[in-house]
Design a binder for this molecule. Structure first.
Ligand SMILES: C[S@@+](CC[C@H](N)C(=O)[O-])C[C@H]1O[C@@H](n2cnc3c(N)ncnc32)[C@H](O)[C@@H]1O
Length: 220
């Protein structure tokens, strides 16, 4: 069992989502893992989770490895850090993904996530995607690429909102370009108000009147 670690509210929420959607294979691939704190969290909460952290930054992974060595004197079995970029997923990905993995991509913009999704083999996996910007662009890409919605939620941490989508090609609900399930939850009301107040002053310039109306229709 791993030691307890301090996680931000955002990462903890992502950890809980991973545990909720953990597939039978118990394989989790964290693309852009950086510090790989989620691997630590999962190891702390559950036995037999195979966590694979991937990051394109060698220095980040070196830092992460030495953190693990210092904390635990070993890198737990089932925890693997690859020092190459996502392309590696193409090579190792075939066998990993044949067992229906859960893939997390978090802590980057929607456009970077789109780039990664375009490059990756994406058979039967469940994806948890948490972008800090351009989420609607990501939604459109996912819908156009045949992904369906399992759920969507918003995580609030340190004055920021992170829209988080759970998608798979095997789900059935279409992905709405501006969000759907997200707005059904009472928890999203603050975020809705935040978005409306952000859009309103610029409506004449952005021409986003339809979007604004759409958002306002979910206000309680
Ligand atoms: C801000 S950190 C986020 C770390 C963690 N996922 C989180 O949510 O806290 C973004 C990480 O993604 C990595 N990254 C960005 N684009 C990537 C890509 N195309 N492939 C692999 N890693 C990528 C960066 O090197 C960086 O370590």
């Amino acid at each position: 069992m791993l030691k307890k670690s301090m996680l931000s509210k955002r990462l903890k929420s992502l950890g809980e989502l991973i545990l909720h959607y953990l597939p039978e294979s118990r394989k989790v691939i964290d693309i852009g893992c950086d510090h790989a704190l989620l691997g630590e969290y999962l190891g702390m909460r559950e036995d037999n989770v195979e966590y694979i952290g991937i990051d394109r930054s060698k220095p980040a992974l070196e830092r992460t490895k030495s953190y693990y060595k210092k904390q635990y004197t070993y890198i737990p079995s089932g925890f693997l850090i690859n020092t190459s970029n996502v392309k590696l997923l193409h090579q190792t990905g075939q066998s990993l993904q044949s067992e229906k993995s859960l893939i997390l991509i978090a802590g980057m913009g929607g456009e970077e996530i789109i780039k990664i999704m375009r490059e990756s083999v994406t058979k039967d996996c469940i994806f948890i995607l948490s972008a800090h910007k351009n989420v609607n662009k990501l939604r459109k890409f996912l819908a156009d690429s045949g992904y369906k919605l399992i759920d969507e939620t918003v995580i609030f941490d340190k004055n920021h909102y992170y829209e988080t989508l759970i998608v798979s090609k095997n789900a059935t609900e279409p992905i709405h370009p501006w969000g759907s399930k997200l707005w059904e939850s009472h928890d999203s009301q603050d975020y809705l108000k935040h978005l409306i107040s952000r859009e309103k002053p610029y409506i004449a310039y952005t021409g986003n009147a339809k979007y604004l109306k759409f958002l306002e229709s979910f206000l309680c």
